[in-house]
Structures are given as C-alpha cells and as structure tokens.
Design a protein around this ligand. Sequence first.
Ligand code: HSE
Length: 440
Amino acid sequence: MDCKTVKIGLVGLGTVGSGVAKIILQQANSIAAKTGIKLELACVVDTDTKSARPVELPNGILTDNINRLLNDKNISIGVELVGGTTIAKQIQLKMLQAGKDVVTANKALLAEYGSELYAAAKQNNRCIAFEASCAGGIPIVSAIRTGLAANNITAMYGIINGTCNYILSNMTSKNEDFAAALDKAQKLGFAEADPTLDINGGDSAHKLAILASIAFGYEIALEDIFVEGIENIAKEDIIYGGEMGYILKLLAIAQKEKDNKISLRVHPSFIAKDNSLAQVSGSFNAVSIFGNAVGQVTYYGRGAGMMPTASAVVADIIDIAIGNSAGTFSHLNLKPRAEVKPFIEESGNLVSRFYIRLMVKDQPGVFAQFSKILAQDEISISGALQHEGHGPNNTIPVVITTHPTEQSKVTAALEDLDKLDAICTKPVCIRIVDIPEDAD
Ligand code: HSE
C-alpha cells in the first residue's frame, strides 16, 4: 500500500508524552499497514531536554525551542501534552495559527477555555481533537459524538478519575489508608502533577464539562457543576456503607431532570454493590450512558496512566491524518452560555437518597432526638445501623439512610443535628445514587 507520511510535533515529554512517542516510534509500521498513514515523530519539545525518559528518541528531534515545531511547515499535527491552563493555552493557539491541527489530553484547559480554543481552530480552518481528555483509553468522546449521535441522551453516570477510583478501591478491598493509596496512585502515574485536582473532584468536573457539553450540545462551564471530592472520606464510612449493601465511588453525573433541566454533579456516591459500575475498580474508568433509542450502554477501560491515555492521543492523530476529525470538529455546535443557564438545575433542588453517620452519646433518648429533627424536615428514614460498643468518650456511630429527599432539606437537617448536645462530631453525609440498570 502507498503510504502518506504525516509529520507530528509533540510538546510535553512527561508520562503521556513519552507513551505517545513510544507508540509512534514502535508502531508506525503496523499503523501504516492498517490505515495507509505513516506517522513520523518530527519534533519533540520539552523544557527539560536532559532527564532520562522511558522512550529513546531519534537523534536531534528533542528541543526546548517550540519555534522549531511552529516554523516547520511539514509538521501538520501538533500534540499538546503540557497540561495546565496558561502556557498550554498559548501553545495550542500558536499551533493553530501556524496551521497545525491540535491533539490534546488537556481537560482542564478545554473545560475552562474550550469555546475560545474551538473558535480559534475554526477561524484558522483547523481542528482540535480531544479524545484523550476524558476517561483515558476509553473512546468515550467519539462514542458520544458519533456512535450515539442518533440518541437523545437522558443521563450519564461516570467513574472518570482513575486516581480516586484507585484510592477508594484500595481503601475498600485492601483496608489501605487514603494517604498510602494516593501515594501509590502517584507512583503509578495516574495522578495529576498536583493531585489536589484529582481528589477534590476538579478533574472529574473538567471531564464532565467536556462530555456533557457534547452529549447535550451546550457550552457547559465548571460553575454549572456541583463538586465535592473524596478528601474527607473516612474508612469507617466505607465499612458501614458496605454493611448496608453499598460501595463508594466518585461519580460524575449528568442527568435530565423531570422539567428537562440538566443536573451536573461530581460527588462521592454510595451505589448498590450489584450495580455494574460497582465492579469497576483500581484505575479503571466506566461511563454508563442512557439514550432514548439505545437504552443503556456502558464503556469500560483503563482511565489513566501512560499507555491508555497515549492510545487515545494516537487514535486522534490517526483520525486527523485520515481526514475524519476535520468533519466531526466542524459540526461541533454548542449552544452559547447565555442560553444554557436556565437549563441547569440548582444543586439544592436535587432529589437524592442520603447516608448520614452521627457520632452520638450512648444514652437514653438520643435516637428520638435526631429522628424528631429528620421528621420536622420531612426526611424519611429508609434504613438504620447501630452497633453495640463503646466509641471514644462513650460515643457510638449511628448510620441512617434516607428515602429520596431534596438536598436543601438535608442541608437544613444537618445544621440542626450539629447543634444537638448528644451529637459529638459533625455529621457525615454521603449521597446514595440509585443508578438505573437496563434489563430484559
Ligand atoms: N489524573 C487523571 C486520573 C488522569 O486519575 O483519572 C487521567 O485523566
């Protein structure tokens, strides 16, 4: 087969950048045999040109001078894997102005400046491909944009941060501490350079903003998303939740509510142990999407790390080289922000079930006191758990689960509970999410 050679310029030789270089250098021939496109890594830019990397580059292609990439007219695709929202933005804009299509894994940048970058790409008659920005190696962006294009999407439930899923899985099944599990996730290359964004839910929110915008056709901003991370999760809640039939996951949820508004949220969620998403562990990600025609589809795979993310980056490079991306990108029409706000549900109005843990004094009448507060706020108890025993200072944990209730009512009840003398520490509250599951 006659092959067309496509030259690639890569900026950022970190974990994912090294994986991309590896795939291009080691698999160019097999990719050419399948696609008729011969990928050539023509230039790699990084501020650090000295440190050892897990990939050996051909002589002379590594530089700290980005102009070598920008000025090389033979490079048609620029890959930005620098991360962050400042320098990376300038790099993408310069690559577009220099006539290069852009491939990126930078979810933070697209979630914050996507509209501006997409407009710049359209102005320059170029495209931006961003499969690697969400759920690592899972081709979820392409699934939503093309595979599910016929559907009116009604809900999306995703485990889309590999670091958090790894931490929660290790706390659940290996009884590991939060800090030890996070440390391992960093060593394995799942976590962001600053893992704060992983554990505070920010990274999942970036990905949800991107996925929900293409699923619903709106320009979604981070401020539209209610976000809570896993940084305050205690091992005992994982254990008590487990005793009540639940497993804890950090879920990203986009859901059409009854009045056609969309609720967008990222928070720790107890889900039923027999739900398919409960089986997703370690750095794996999964996204369950509900479409009016297709029903439920669930995509599952490795959501973080060098090679899974590099797989998605190279898929985008190939898609651009083949000529598919230009068409898909030109049809990325998102309703502007001004029209979006009325369709976003306020988080206080959200209806959910809740897990509430109270550390109470082990004395008469305490149960009656807190159940009175819940009753006053019209919160109905669905389950309760109390072990015999003596906690610190004669306190014991009492766990209750609620029937569906509005978030605002629970917030008010938690404030009142906190004021009771018999309740010794701030109540813990975690949402229970009943994910529907299609069945025949
Ligand atoms: N830090 C991210 C995660 C990497 O853990 O999912 C993939 O986006």
